[in-house]
Structure formats: structure tokens, C-alpha cells
Write a protein that binds this ligand. Structure first.
Ligand SMILES: [Zn+2]
Length: 442
């Protein structure tokens, strides 16, 4: 394949009829359809947008491959129109906090990755000497927790740890990614009812996010280090972020489909599929997150795909306190957000900005990924935005078949996904027939 065309191609903020020409996986020209070469593949009225970039995915390989792995996660990504994923430094074993762990993880990629992959590194107490060696391999973003991560191998970073790490990251122009919850409670929360979602919500209040973000803004200013708030849930923190941005502090934030499409007002009790940290809050909070996206304070939307084995969700026990936290949505983000966007009078340009262009920026891929333009990689989603489908267990390609979105009916069906000029997923024929062609991005 050397060229594709359609009546609806997203170019420079608009939907137009166009043909995209590419060679060796790179876009070489965009022309009017009547000037397309003879062998151009015509997709008719299907829409063509850039491949999505998801910078927040927990693949868990090596070490916890019964939770998720490169093969299944990247197939789910491809089926969802995502052509680039960046893997989090946990919950794999070893966690990606050393140069050695980066090397080990790289060895797991062979013949397994259906989309392009990059890694985030991790900051934990006493690993500051590993940061530069990891940066030398191309890793340019590092995640830290300000609260218990749930995994013993990835302890929380206190102020002293961040004071050690941030100057090193700042020097290399790397970004500190922060799980921003700071437990400021004076006593341990004991639930009256282990199944109650409202009690779980009360146990992780907005204050925890606000306090953590206040502290991280202070540290960013002190060390002149770029920071990025992962999975922002509390809209109460938006103003703080905005004020910091206004005075030149380099802080960005992301949120996720679950905070934008689900609400604590309707989450059933005892259903671990809906548990994540920070928690999903109420309708008003959700509205304010959309406003934060619209005004640009929140930069983009990524999945925080964080699966585990079904047993760990404690569904039979109806125990939210013991359930592993994490929502699996890698495959469905495009449809979920597209469906929500239409209810709120946003459009395709918002979706492309929030799910393609801006996340590419976080990991310094903004000149090759996330846009249909000359010189960019030929990564595309060919999809039908008007078609509806119901999310069903049998269609889920990631390893654990549980999802908070089962039986949700959504708009947007991905017909094909193209990575660097090659079809990697086709809904109509046997989905994944050829060899995986994903590459490790450095
Ligand atoms: Zn995460």
C-alpha cells in the first residue's frame, strides 16, 4: 500500500476529502483525491484520523503476565485504533526503575508488539543513580507515587526522594509523572460496609489530590523540573494547575475515560471493576473535568489501562477494599470518548487533540506521531464514527476479559488500523494474521 484516500480525512483541524501518500512508513504528500495515484486504496466515506497515542498503559510483562502482556495489550490497542503505547514502570517484575530492568523488558518485546512501544521509567527511594543511565537509553519520563502504589517493589517517593531525583530529571529535560494523592488523614478509614462505593469514595477525598498537587507544584518550581499529573480525578485541583501554568511552571495533566464517562452517582456497590485510585467521582466533578480539557488546563486523555486477574477484582466477595484497583479500557477509549464528546458538543478536532496530538507531546514524539502531515509516520485509524456497537466480553482482546464498560453501547467502529503504512488490524478479515510489526521507540 502506498496511498489511501477517503471523503473524510482529518488534516490540519478539518475534515476534508484527500489522498495521503506514503513511502517507507512516512507520509510524503497529501493531495486532492482526483490527483491520487491509481493504486490508492479508497475508503469511501470512512473517516481517517491519526493513530491514537496512549501514554498510560500497564502491560505488566515480565513478571505479572497473568494480568496482561505485550501481545494481548498491543492487540487490544490496535483494535482500538491506538498505534503507540507507552508502558508504565509497574506492575511488571522487575519494576522499571533500573537500567537492567529496561534491558530485561526490551528482551520481552520480540515478536509480541503489534503497535509501537516506549517505556516510562520509575522514581523510587534510592534509585537516583539509575535515572541518567535509563535516560541514556531514550527513556524521558519517570513516574513516582506520592502514596502507596499497591506494589511492594515500587515504594512511594517522599519529599527527600523527589528532591534527589528532580534535579537529575530537570538536567536531562525529562518529565516527572506523578500519581498525585497525598494521604493527609489522621486516622485510618475503617469502612462499615466493604461493598459500599460511597464509602470507598469518601476514603480517598479530593483533598488528597489537591494536597499532592500543591506539593508537586512547589517542587517543580524549586527544581525547575517538568511535571505531569497522571490520571487527574479531582476537578478541585484544576484551578491550582491553571494558576501554576499561568506563572510559567511546567506542569501538565491528563485524565482518563473512566473519570469522563462514569460517575459515582451510578456506580453499583461491591463491583470491583469500577475500583481505581484516585476514585471516580460524581457528575459535577465530571462536568468540571470536561471544562478543564476544553480550556486546555488538562492536556489530554489516556486509558490508564490497568488490568489484573479476574479473581483479584473480588467480585464474588463484593469487597471493594480488597479488590485490586484499575480499569481496563485500552481497546475502547476511542469509542467511549467519541460517544461522550457528541453529547457535549465537542467535535473530532477535540478528540484528535486530546487522544493523538497532545499525548505524543508528553513523550517527545510530537514531530513523528499524532498528526496526519508530511514527514509524520503513516499511522492511521480508519473508522466509522456513526456506527454503534455494544461492548461485549467476547470482543475484548486484552488478557483479562473484565471491563467496567461491558454492555455499554457506544458510537465509533474501528475498521482498520494502519501502522507506518501497513494494516495491523482489520475488523472484517481475521484480525491479526501477519507478524507483529511494532517497534520500540527510543
Ligand atoms: Zn496507572
Amino acid at each position: 500500500m502506498k496511498a489511501i484516500c477517503s471523503d473524510r480525512v482529518f488534516i490540519e483541524g478539518k475534515i476534508i476529502s484527500a489522498a495521503i501518500l506514503f513511502k517507507n512508513g512516512i507520509i510524503t504528500d497529501i493531495v486532492q483525491t482526483q490527483l491520487a495515484p491509481k493504486d490508492c486504496v479508497d475508503y469511501g466515506n470512512l473517516m481517517i484520523i491519526p493513530g491514537l497515542v496512549d501514554t498510560h498503559v500497564h502491560i505488566n510483562e515480565p513478571g505479572r503476565t497473568d494480568w496482561e502482556g505485550f501481545n494481548t495489550a498491543t492487540q487490544a490497542a490496535a483494535a482500538g485504533g491506538i498505534t503507540t503505547v507507552i508502558d508504565m514502570p509497574l506492575n511488571c517484575i522487575p519494576v522499571t526503575t533500573t537500567l537492567e530492568a529496561v534491558k530485561v523488558k526490551k528482551t520481552c518485546l520480540a515478536n509480541q508488539i503489534w503497535v509501537d512501544i516506549g517505556f516510562h521509567g520509575g522514581v523510587i527511594p534510592d534509585n537516583e543513580n539509575e535515572l541518567l543511565p535509563m535516560m541514556d537509553t531514550g527513556v524521558n519520563s519517570f513516574k513516582a507515587f506520592m502514596i502507596d502504589s499497591g506494589i511492594d517493589e515500587f515504594p512511594a517517593s517522599d519529599t527527600a526522594t523527589l528532591d534527589n531525583a528532580m534535579p537529575i530529571l530537570a538536567k536531562g529535560n525529562a518529565t516527572l509523572l506523578v500519581h498525585a494523592e497525598l494521604d493527609s488523614s489522621t486516622s485510618k478509614f475503617i469502612p462499615k460496609d466493604n461493598a459500599s462505593y460511597q464509602e470507598f469514595l469518601v476514603s480517598r477525598p479530593d483533598d488528597w489530590e489537591v494536597n499532592a498537587i500543591t506539593e508537586i507544584i512547589r517542587l517543580s518550581k524549586k527544581h525547575n523540573c517538568k511535571v505531569h499529573i497522571v490520571h487527574l480525578s479531582s476537578a478541585q485541583a484544576i484551578k491550582l494547575i491553571q494558576q501554576a501554568q499561568d506563572i510559567g511552571i511546567r506542569i501538565t495533566a491528563e485524565t482518563c475515560p473512566h473519570y469522563l464517562t462514569l460517575s459515582s452517582d451510578s456506580i453499583p456497590d461491591g463491583d470491583g471493576r469500577f475500583k481505581c485510585c484516585p476514585p471516580i467521582r460524581d457528575d459535577n466533578n465530571q462536568n468540571d473535568l470536561w471544562i478543564g480539557l476544553e480550556d486546555g488546563t488538562i492536556d489530554f486523555i489516556v486509558s490508564d489501562h490497568s488490568p489484573c486477574t479476574p479473581a483479584l477484582k473480588k467480585l464474588e466477595e463484593h469487597n471493594l477494599w480488597e479488590a485490586w484497583g484499575g480499569i481496563s479500557s485500552l481497546q475502547f477509549g476511542l469509542s467511549l470518548i467519541w460517544t461522550a464528546i457528541q453529547k457535549r458538543d465537542y467535535g473530532i478536532k477535540h478528540l484528535v487533540k486530546w487522544m493523538c496530538e497532545r499525548p505524543a507531546h508528553l513523550v517527545n514524539l510530537e514531530n513523528i506521531k499524532g498528526k496526519i502531515a508530511k514527514g509524520y509516520q503513516a499511522d492511521f485509524v480508519i473508522w466509522n464514527p456513526e456506527a454503534k456497537h455494544t461492548i461485549d466480553k467476547k470482543d475484548i482482546l486484552h488478557k483479562s476479559k473484565l471491563s467496567a464498560y461491558e454492555q455499554h453501547t457506544v458510537y465509533g467502529v474501528v475498521e482498520q488500523t494502519i501502522l507506518r503504512g501497513e494494516v495491523i488490524y482489520d475488523r472484517k478479515i481475521e484480525n491479526f494474521k501477519s507478524k507483529p510489526i511494532g517497534e520500540y521507540l527510543v
